[in-house]
Write a protein that binds this ligand. Structure first.
Ligand SMILES: Nc1ncnc2c1ncn2[C@@H]1O[C@H](COP(=O)(O)OP(=O)(O)OP(=O)(O)O)[C@@H](O)[C@H]1O
Length: 238
């Protein structure tokens, strides 16, 4: 069996008021695109932040390529690409300078930047300061920074939120390419139709727990999703 690129085992991260994630076990294999769906506050961002070491779990463990997260070498972190919450951009630097910085942080060759600018259609904006970019173009910039170094683990929190339809298509193609090159990809989204187009499997998170999987090929995905969430809520309150 191949070692999962990343694994969460019985991970709980509780906040003061009891919210967070509970007993989450999940693996991402190389070459796999997994979508994480759930209502507002279900715990998607928390799960991704724990997975990336931005939040320590209250209990349970996280492993990268079979190595516990606190012993993961820097080379492994360099091969991760993520965009969780806010694009990591420096407003006073241009889009190109931001990308060059991100390439260095990920140990990538400097020439990836020009290729990525073309691939993500950022040529018109490359020499603009990041703080002057529109919300959607800042999101494109953040996604480009997350993907230009050909990461082998990609974690994106609601990446399509402020993208226009052309951006959504560019991202979809980029994620398919990453996965076919062997990356494990985890994407959270509220757009069930969109994730159904790219995901190999869809994991449903509700009130902090993974409650099951949806088949991306199923018809009426939204109805099936809401039924699963409702059944779980009713089970919790019985
Ligand atoms: N730093 C924090 N301190 C306290 N509570 C938090 C913190 N971060 C998240 N929470 C709580 O944990 C729960 C899960 O939040 P999270 O942001 O992970 O959900 P989400 O599924 O990403 O939601 P959305 O779809 O709205 O972005 C929520 O109840 C939230 O209020």
């Amino acid at each position: 069996m191949t070692t999962p690129r990343v694994a969460l085992r019985d991970v709980t991260r509780q906040f003061g008021d009891g919210a967070g994630i509970r007993d989450v076990t999940m693996e991402l294999a190389p070459g796999e695109i997994v979508a994480l769906v759930g209502l507002n506050g279900a715990g998607k961002t928390t799960l991704m932040r724990v997975l990336l070491g931005m939040l320590a779990p209250t209990s349970g463990s996280v492993e990268f390529d079979g190595v516990p997260i606190d012993r993961v070498p820097r080379s492994t972190w360099a091969s991760v690409g993520h965009l969780v919450e806010y694009p990591l951009t420096y407003g006073e630097l241009t889009a190109r300078q931001n990308l060059a910085l991100s390439a260095r942080l990920h140990w990538a060759r400097a020439d990836v930047v020009d290729k990525a600018i073309t691939a993500f259609n950022l040529s018109h904006y490359a020499d603009k300061r990041a703080r002057r970019l529109s919300l959607g173009n800042r999101q494109r910039l953040g996604l480009t920074a997350a993907l230009q170094h050909d990461p082998n683990l990609v974690i994106l929190d609601e990446p399509t939120n402020s993208l226009d339809p052309a951006g959504v298509i560019l991202l979809r193609d980029a994620l398919r390419r990453s996965a076919s090159d062997g990356a494990a990809v985890l994407v959270s989204s509220h757009h069930l139709d969109e994730v159904a187009r790219i995901a190999d499997r869809i994991e449903v998170l509700n009130a902090g727990r993974l409650i099951g999987r949806l088949d991306p090929g199923v018809s009426e995905l939204e109805r099936v999703f809401f039924e699963a969430v409702l059944a779980d809520d009713e089970g919790q309150h019985r």
